[in-house]
Design a binder for this molecule. Sequence first.
Ligand SMILES: [Zn+2]
Length: 95
Amino acid sequence: MTTSIKKTKRRKLIPMTPDHPKWSEFIERLCGSEGCDFRGEGLEAQWNCGGGRDQSKATAILKKMGNINIEESLDYFTKHGGYCDCEIVFNVDPR
Ligand SMILES: [Zn+2]
């Protein structure tokens, strides 16, 4: 009797969190022109963000980086106060 067991190779994608080796790259890109584009300093500081629950810039960057569990990442950000793109930089980044 033969049994064939189909082994499916399922690579588990890990979410982007501060523990991820590419976390600093992610934050750098989110601060840069493809993300919030932070410019100016102190009271003059300006950046782009949709506010509310807009995590679209972070989502786009994670998609470009690849091999990231985007859904779990956004969930993690929200749980740590990163409701919108700039709050991910302000509240989730431990630096
Ligand atoms: Zn924001």
